[in-house]
Design a protein around this ligand. Structure first.
Ligand SMILES: Cc1cc2nc3c(=O)[nH]c(=O)nc-3n(C[C@H](O)[C@H](O)[C@H](O)COP(=O)(O)OP(=O)(O)OC[C@H]3O[C@@H](n4cnc5c(N)ncnc54)[C@H](O)[C@@H]3O)c2cc1C
Length: 437
């Protein structure tokens, strides 16, 4: 009996706090997006701040381990292996709003959801990913729907088309594209090409095939060490490298793909016929970031955060994670792994009235699969500085790294990263390079 008034008091305080005068429910931490970043930082926040104090806004029914989609496209894994119900991966104890974030008011610490509901926060973490813009290539949506030879590993609905398209290919022009925008996993557009090329070589159609990599970039990969190794793979596999070409339209009836020649001053275009077309579509910052009462993005539209601390440059109680931020590093789940640790640390430091320590080096990683049993494990940070974990030459194609990608990384993702227990390999890198392993 003695404890009853105390519990009632606690409940009252909680109620007053939850339903603030602004009319919405109040949380210590609100997280926008339940993808790789939202889940991992959400799990850490729930452990630190306790049940009921953290909300995650995420409309999707499923969570996908997107790095597996390269393997799904090559027939090595099934789409189901990459998919979990969202409610199963979101941290227990957080409140889940199955809604889209509609608007952010950073001056009133308020977010508005699709159904009009308002939530207020002390701290906001934004992890909304990158937006795929299929509509920016004329005819692409139609081609993906009607042409079995047009596919993309970048969209859950279409990644399942890739392997049948590879299997049914009987020779001709096989084109793989890279768009003229920032994208997630900048290695993915070429990984599927190496896998497809090996499949066709094994199945007797390679001699009848011209494989083309048409990329808007001026180089095959942004980090010199790995770019040099990849060029030897391209040469060995006799792939036609067409740099500074950006896909603008697809005509599934004529089976043609048209590209802007980016270095041509007269705005010339080039049209190829295709028999197989894998498209990496244009991408951008999520449109919803523009729906802020005051700007929170930079000129490119991505969330404007400090690259060392992940803290917003103007609003100290807002943090950004992953693909939606303007952190100048390659957009990958590997980058999110280190960032979720940094975001959590920065946020708790700010809560304690301290300046965030920071220390993010831009760590990111791209397992550059070059065949059904080989992979170059690229690891690097800001300005392309190589940050390899293992004390071996990771620029070499290796079977061990292929198994790391196929068998080990999915376990780290589901069992550790999403549960907020993986902050990237940096601590291991130091030990490995001491020569103990
Ligand atoms: C084909 C492919 C291959 C890849 N390969 C690799 C690889 O080998 N290694 C690697 O490390 N990474 C790889 N990646 C990249 C990696 O998957 C992403 O970089 C990572 O998932 C980014 O995490 P995120 O949290 O920023 O975004 P996401 O995980 O995409 O999550 C964003 C979330 O925000 C939600 N959302 C969007 N809009 C709203 C809204 N308005 N309101 C609320 N929620 C919203 C979405 O539903 C989604 O759940 C690959 C990706 C693809 C597609």
């Amino acid at each position: 009996m003695a404890s009853r008034p105390q519990s009632c008091g606690k409940i009252l305080v909680q109620l007053v706090r939850c339903y603030s005068s602004k009319g919405g429910k109040h949380y210590n931490v609100v997280i926008a997006g339940g993808g790789t970043g939202g889940c991992s930082v959400g799990a850490r926040s729930c452990r630190t701040f306790g049940p009921g104090n953290v909300a995650i806004i995420e409309p999707a029914k499923h969570h996908y381990y997107q790095p597996m989609w390269t393997l799904v496209g090559a027939g090595i894994k099934k789409i189901d292996n990459s998919q979990r119900l969202m409610k199963e991966v979101l941290p227990q104890g957080c409140d889940h709003y199955v809604q889209r974030l509609q608007e952010i008011d950073p001056e009133k610490n308020t977010v508005i959801l699709d159904n009009g509901e308002k939530l207020t926060y002390d701290y906001l973490v934004i992890g909304l990913g990158i937006q795929i813009n299929l509509n920016k290539v004329e005819g692409l949506i139609e081609a993906l729907k009607v042409d079995p030879n047009v596919c993309t590993n970048y969209v859950s609905d279409y990644v399942v088309k890739t392997y049948p398209a590879i299997q049914n290919f009987k020779g001709g022009n096989a084109i793989f594209t890279f768009p003229n925008t920032p994208i997630k996993c900048a290695g993915a557009p070429q990984k599927i090409m190496y896998l497809a090329e090996e499949y066709w070589a094994k199945h007797g159609v390679r001699d009848k095939t011209k494989v083309m990599y048409n990329s808007a970039l001026g180089v095959i990969f942004g980090v010199k060490k790995y770019a040099e190794r990849l060029l030897t793979v391209v040469e060995r596999k006799n792939i036609n490298l067409n740099l500074r070409e950006s896909l603008t339209s697809v005509d599934p009836l004529k089976k043609t793909a048209t590209f802007d020649l980016l270095d041509n001053k007269n705005g010339e275009k080039k049209t190829y016929t295709y028999d197989f077309l894998h498209v990496s579509p244009p991408m951008s910052a999520p449109d919803v970031l523009k729906n802020s009462t005051v700007p929170i993005v930079d000129a490119s539209g991505f969330l404007d955060v400090n690259k060392y601390t992940c803290q917003h440059v103007k609003f100290p109680n807002i943090f950004g994670i992953g693909d939606c931020t303007n952190i100048p590093t390659s957009k990958t789940a590997a980058a999110v792994a280190t960032q979720n640790k940094i975001v959590h640390r920065s946020m708790t430091e700010v809560m304690a009235g301290k300046a965030p320590t920071g220390g993010y080096e831009g760590y990111t990683s791209c397992p550059l699969i070059t065949g059904y049993h080989s992979c170059i494990l690229a690891e690097f940070g800001f300005d392309g500085v190589v940050l390899e974990t293992f004390p071996i030459d990771q620029g070499k194609e290796r079977r061990t790294m292929f198994h790391m990608k196929k068998d080990v990384m999915p376990q780290i993702y589901w069992q550790m990263l999403l549960k907020g227990y993986w902050g990237g390999p940096q601590p291991y890198r130091k030990i490995m390079h001491l020569g103990f392993v």
